[in-house]
Design a protein around this ligand. Sequence first.
Ligand code: DON
Length: 310
Amino acid sequence: MDDLFIKQEELTKLVNKIRPAAKKGRMASYIPALKESNPNDFGCVIYNGTEIIEAGDTDVLFTMQSSSKILSLALALMDQGEDTIFSKVGMEPTGNPFNTVQALEEENPSKPLNPMINAGALVVTSLLAGDTGEEKISRLLGFIRELTGNKTIQVCEKTAASEKKNANLNRSLCYFMKSHGILTGDVETILDAYIRQCSILVSCEDLARIGSIIGNNGKNHKNQKSIIPAHITKIITTFMITCGMYNASGSFAMKAGIPTKSGVSGALLSGLKDGTGIGVYSPPLDSKGNSAAGVPFLEKISDDYNLSIF
Ligand code: DON
């Protein structure tokens, strides 16, 4: 494995330079527990299978939120195969926000446009193998522990409980899809599993390690063992580019060109095609729900080090 594309001092400089951009963002408020995060936290870890560097507030744990959606999708594809998953959820990007109801009414049948919007992610979670929500989430946790090599990864029950009290929009998406036969099973069980998935606690290092495996075609760097089959890694990487930043995916692809999935906690999980992963965390969000400092940080690092895949 080659040296990392960036040196430690350069990363520290870049983090310090972009840090003030967080001031332009606003903390997510619709999940009350997320408002308790420290808006000044800003950290980045970069890992390529041999070397790891970090800058900023990298000891903070935060919930994955929507960055978990690529991992539930990978596991559901491994469980059920492409035909089953894509009979229930589409592959098309959208210009609508992540929690939109509108698109479901316009599609016939009411199939969510893609697995990165909430409707699609709820369907994907429902399709994870497991007889109970508990079983689905413990399998997903096992998968994430294998990807990160971090056996301590857990669900933040406090954040999950906070989201559960404020989940009527996601609940209504579930009932809408259930009435159209797209979602099957008990809505509360599916919603609970999805919320617990979003509440999985990670660090920037965990995200960087996951991104590095995605960038390494799904293989563990150390022993080249396949954790995610290559054809599934290709699918999730494509979704990261086309839908990973919600309705800012086009401009982010243009400016950064780094396959990335965001979450409303301020998490950003990126995987470069040479097997380098980048994990970024900064909680204030821009108007599209992506990290207000994380986005310009990735755009700048891509520009400075020629990281775009395009
Ligand atoms: O379902 C929700 O609204 C959250 N648990 C996750 C949304 C999210 O992270 C959207 N991201 N940008």
